[in-house]
Design a protein around this ligand. Structure first.
Ligand SMILES: [Zn+2]
Length: 317
């Protein structure tokens, strides 16, 4: 018999980061960012049979978004004033009512504080027994760990938006919806970079994590060339463009990106994409590298609005 929704207990109530009582006021999360056990809990919950793969508009999709909202609140992220909580509702191309979950930390610098760095990952998958642990519970776990590290650290120069997109699998519909209806306090004209995670949990399949979009001449590449030295256990693939995830919506709007991805030849979009086969130690390292890149881009004195060299192929088209 399948579990009844009333029987479902979120890891917020039982896990390591947020006891339910600690997630009301004051909004603070106990536990360390990038904790492997906590990230394992996040992936395991999001890819649990109870959420059945988080298909847009499904009960599992709603529950997953509620989980992300609870975590954003717990971490003290700002919610756009014109949204309901952190959620930006939209109807996808198949008529499903779903939403993005958008939280942010304001930039502290008087000059570039209005610049917006977007850290993104999609939460939806296919459902019907396809649970999407690597695609993309892994990316959400990474995003939540980075959000925790940023919320607990010093303010960044630029504003950092944490964007959890819906309906990516049907064609980047969540990121397109953010562009179509961004809140007044986060205008898309101020977006300067996207750091996207989609499938970061299958490192050992090929022994490489790709930092797609990090072509020579981009600020992301300049940063990664130095950062990879801090991760000797990771082979980081640099330089290739990709139009295969939400970063493409940013790119089409002229915003450069780095898209972290691990190839998953065995279980891509298959029912075997389950939480038990995620490479958790490497997931932690990839999330930390992604967070380091986001921190660099959020704080660099380089003018990100003018920093991509003319002619650089940032969209991979
Ligand atoms: Zn995906």
């Amino acid at each position: 018999m399948p579990p009844m929704w009333n029987d479902v207990t979120r890891p917020l109530a039982v896990g390591l980061l947020c006891a339910a009582s600690a997630c009301s006021t004051p909004p603070a999360c106990p536990g360390a960012a990038f904790d492997e056990a906590a990230m394992t809990d996040d992936v395991t919950w999001l890819a649990s049979p109870a959420l059945d793969g988080r298909a847009p508009g499904s009960a599992g999709d709603e529950e997953a978004r509620a989980f992300v909202e609870d975590r954003f609140a717990c971490l003290g992220l700002e919610a756009p004033a014109e949204f309901e909580g952190y959620q930006q509702p939209f109807t996808d191309s198949e008529g499903n009512e779903t939403a993005n979950v958008i939280g942010y930390l304001p930039g502290a610098d008087a000059t570039v504080g209005g610049d917006i760095l977007v850290v993104s990952a999609h939460v939806d998958h296919f459902g019907d027994g396809r649970l999407g642990a690597n695609d993309n519970a892994s990316g959400i776990a990474g995003l939540l760990a980075i959000a925790q590290a940023f919320s607990e650290g010093e303010s960044t120069s630029r504003t950092v938006v944490f964007a959890v997109f819906g309906a990516e699998e049907s064609g980047d519909e969540g990121s397109a919806s953010l562009y179509a209806g961004a809140p007044d306090e986060l205008p898309t004209d101020d977006f300067v970079y996207d750091v996207n995670m989609d499938m970061i949990g299958s490192y050992t399949q090929t022994g490489t994590v790709w930092a797609l979009g990090s072509m020579a001449g981009t600020p992301g590449r300049a940063s990664l060339d130095l950062l990879v030295e801090d991760y000797p256990d990771l082979d980081v693939g640099l330089g290739e463009p990709s139009d295969q995830s939400d970063n493409q919506e940013f790119c089409l709007a002229g915003v450069p990106y780095v898209f972290f991805w691990t190839e998953d030849p065995d279980c891509y979009h298959r029912k075997c994409d389950t939480a038990d086969r995620i490479d958790y130690p490497e997931l932690v390292e990839i999330a930390e590298l992604t967070g380091d890149l986001a921190e660099d881009l959020a704080n660099t004195s380089a003018d990100l609005r003018a920093a991509v060299e003319p002619g650089t192929d940032v969209c991979g088209m």
